[in-house]
Structure formats: C-alpha cells, structure tokens
Write a protein that binds this ligand. Structure first.
Ligand SMILES: Cc1ncc(COP(=O)(O)O)c(C=O)c1O
Length: 464
C-alpha cells in the first residue's frame, strides 16, 4: 500500500541551528514526531536524502544518519532504487482523517511482536477470494435466511474430520458447534456452565480473555499456578470448571505432560467438574509432533474442547468451534442461540470448501516452515541484540515467545516504549490475576517477516 504521489518534503522539520542537539538527531526526532502524530502516513513516500539536505541547506551526512536510524527502528522502510517510505506496517494510533479506522485495524494485525497474529501476508488470498465469490454469487435463497445455530452441517463435518485426524479429538459432526470466535465460545461456556457463586479455576498466569468471560456470571476465580508440567492439579480445589491450554500454555508456552493430563481428568471425574480445553494454536509445534488433544484422552466426557481459525487462517474470519460433551449439548445450543443465533453463512460455506478441497491442510503444512523460520529469526535477533537483557522461556510451539525481564524492569513500561516505536508486544504481568506478577514480554513472531523481526529485536535491545 504505497502512495503513488511524489515524495513530500517536510518543510516544517523543526531544525534549530543554535540548539546543542546534533542535526541528525533533530531530523530523526522531527520525522519520528511527524509519524507518531499522524502528519505522515504509513506508506507515504519520503524525500531522498539528497533532496532533503538541499531543502534544509545542510550536508547530506546528518540526513543519512537520521534515515539510517529511522530505517533501523522501523519508522521508515525502503528498497534500493524505489525510494524511502513511512513503514506501511506501522501503527501510530493517532492518525487523522477518514482512513484512520480501516488502516489502523489492518495494520494492527501485522505490527511486529503482536501476539497470536498469523502471517497475513502468506494467506492464499486468491484461492480464498474465488471460493467466497463463488458462494456469494450462487447462494440459494434458503441459505440466505436464518442458519442453523449449531452451524452449517458440511462445515461441522469437515471440522469433525480434521479434529479426529489432526488432533485426536473424539467427536462427530453432531457434537461440533460453530461459533464466531473462541471468545464467543468462552462466553457460551460461562452461560451454559457457570452459576453465580461458582468457583472457576484458571491457569495463573493465563489468558485474560478467559478470565473476563468466565467470571462474567458472578463466579469466583481461583488462580491455579502453572509450572513446567502445566497446571498444578493439586491446587485446583473445589471448582465447577477449570480453563486450561494443554497443548501450548498461554502465555508461558509449556505443554501439559501426560501425567498431569491424567491427573486433571481424574480430578474432573472426582469433583464432578468440567474442563474447558482451549486449543488455540496447537497446529504449530517446532520440536516434535503436535500433541493430541486432552479431550481425546477423556473417557468420561468431561472436556469441553474449543479451537479457532483465527491463528491458522486469519482473525477477521471470526469462525471458531466447540466440541461439546453430549450431555451438555442442549445447554450449549441454547447459550449459543442467545448470544447471536448463528454465524455468518457465507464464510461457513466458503470454509467448508476450503477444508474439503485440502487447501486448509496444505496451508498449515506450508505455514509450519514459515513460522519456524520466523521463530528462528526472532531467537537469533534476541541473542544478537538483547543479550543479557532478557531470558527466553520457551520457544517450542505456537506463534509467540515468552521472555523474562530482570527484576525491577517494568514490562508495562517496556511495552509502552515499544508501542511508541510501532511495536506491539504484550506485558506478561497483564496475564496474572491473583499472584504477584513476574515481569516479562510475550513476543509474537507470526505476523512479521525475518528481516522485520531482526530490526524489531534491535529496537527492543535499545529500549531495554
Ligand atoms: C489462548 C487464546 N485463546 C483464544 C484466543 C482468541 O481466539 P479468537 O480470535 O477465536 O477469539 C486467543 C487469541 O489470542 C488466545 O491467545
């Protein structure tokens, strides 16, 4: 998304020759401020160093130094021969004008370090567009009315087959409920399972979205510590349900050991409680084969299993699913209907074809290599630019790497500083609900290419 207009000279760059600040720094600051304030837009062309030096009446050296720094920090992007631009991946959050809303939403998905963002640039757009267009043109009137609250049956069949083969989930299409997101699935769980005064166990640290949804109906939250084997089952206590991310714990990244899984299932049976398994990004595992779902080990139908297409395809699709234990089906269907009746039919039709034609499986296979390369680039960048300033905790799976920061360093402040530079990390402390939070960062690597990740780690090193 590059502007075709000619480069804009910034005649209002506030250069003060009497200032003690070096010229390169004034030029750098002038551009940085203009970008952050939204006076210069992502994708907008920047004058050549020669043109700017001439306009300002200064030598080219300070201009070159300023441009170099702006390129390194990701404010500028450019290729030899095609000029320099304001980085199109940058979000300033303060853009003026009509385009603000749409461009900032779009940019948010691909800001470096953004957690859980998939590689949107790699999505097979044309194949997808063809399938969507085909259905949009040919949608029969009967599919244009209210759809089945459980979901479009051929899609439920495809999802069930995928989950049986790829995730070892025990299910039939009749157990699969199509919903608009995992977040919607969590709200449905809250409505169907939780009554005021119930206690719900949640991993600590854990996914804040689960905490918000499950506490909604007036439940007390029990924060259950996570160690290197997953949730500490002995500390769950008396709870109506417990929320877990066994394949790839959010945010710490550990995968729950077989012993813990067995203990957790035994706890649920003993306590007459439910397990909510959020399998949000288990398709990507870099050290061994992806682990099967906890749900597949459950002989007593105590697990409510949920997954989403947000990470494997793209978040704006808003399609996710729940595999519901048979005795909970009616309650879940009622709660699903109460929420928004059903999910958009057009995308369900398109998605069913995307899975049936094998495109979904192919996409996942292809993305594994791409994400592995991006993860490796992030780790290499951290080793090169952040050595001694942080400790990588776990990088075996998923689309983000959690790192610890030294005691006394505020992760919220680091995230704020990164945000000013167009980067979108998450502060680990925001994932704690009860215990004293540990300082750390969640660094997403899915949404940015290797070069961008290297530059982003350099900026992170500077900030730290
Ligand atoms: C653990 C976890 N569950 C669920 C989600 C959200 O998925 P959805 O977009 O389907 O609501 C995320 C998103 O980052 C996540 O990290």
């Amino acid at each position: 998304m590059r502007s075709t207009a000619g480069p804009q000279l910034i005649t209002h760059l506030p250069i003060d020759r009497s200032s003690r600040a070096p010229l390169y720094q004034q030029i750098y600051e002038g551009y940085r401020r203009a970008i952050l304030a939204g006076h210069l837009r992502p994708g907008q062309r920047i004058p050549s160093t020669r043109a700017l030096a001439a306009e300002l009446g200064v030598s080219r050296l300070p201009v070159l130094a300023a441009y170099e720094q702006l390129l390194n920090e990701g404010y500028f992007a450019g290729r030899r021969g095609s000029g320099t631009y304001v980085n199109a991946d940058l979000v300033t959050g303060r853009r003026a004008g009509k385009r603000t809303a749409s461009t900032s939403w779009c940019d948010q998905g691909i800001r470096p370090f953004r957690v859980s963002s998939p590689a949107l640039d790699q999505f097979p757009r044309s194949a997808w567009a063809r399938i969507v267009a085909r259905h949009a043109r040919a949608m029969p009137p009967e599919l244009m009315g209210y759809g089945d609250p459980a979901g479009y049956l051929p899609l439920r069949e495809q999802i069930a087959e995928y989950l049986r083969t790829a995730r070892a989930v025990r299910c039939e299409a009749s157990h699969v409920l199509v919903v608009s997101s995992s977040q919607a699935a969590l709200n449905i769980c809250a409505a169907a399972l939780v009554a005021p005064g119930d206690t719900i166990g949640i991993e600590e640290p854990g996914y804040p979205g689960a905490r918000f949804a499950l506490a909604g109906p007036g439940a007390a939250i029990a924060y259950v510590p996570v160690d290197d084997e997953g949730i500490d089952v002995e500390q769950i206590g008396a709870s109506r349900a417990v929320y877990v991310t066994p394949a790839h714990q959010y945010p710490l990244g550990v995968s729950m050991t077989a012993d813990r899984r067995v203990a957790l299932l035994a706890w649920a049976e003993r306590a007459d409680a439910w397990i909510i398994e959020d399998d949000y990004d288990s398709e990507y595992r870099y050290v061994s084969r992806p682990l099967g779902a906890l749900q597949g080990m459950d002989a007593h139908e105590r697990v409510v299993y949920m997954g989403t297409f947000s990470k494997v395809l793209f978040p704006a699709l808003r399609v996710a699913y729940v595999v519901v234990p048979p005795r909970l089906w009616d309650a879940f269907l009622r709660a699903r209907e109460a929420l928004d009746i059903f999910s958009p039919t057009l995308y369900q039709l398109a998605l069913a074809d995307f899975l049936r034609e094998g495109r979904f499986a192919r996409h996942i296979r292809r993305m594994r290599d791409i994400y592995r390369r991006r993860r490796d680039a992030l780790l290499a960048g951290l080793a090169r630019h952040c050595h001694g300033k942080l400790v990588v905790h776990n990088a075996d799976a998923g689309l983000h790497v959690p790192v610890w920061l030294p005691d006394g360093v505020s992760d919220v402040e680091v995230v704020r500083q990164l945000e000013r530079r167009g980067l979108a990390a998450t502060a680990l402390s925001t994932c704690y609900g009860g215990a004293t939070p540990r300082s750390g960062l969640l660094l997403g690597f899915g949404g940015a290419d290797e070069r961008t990740l290297d530059r982003a780690t350099r900026t992170l090193g500077d900030v730290l």
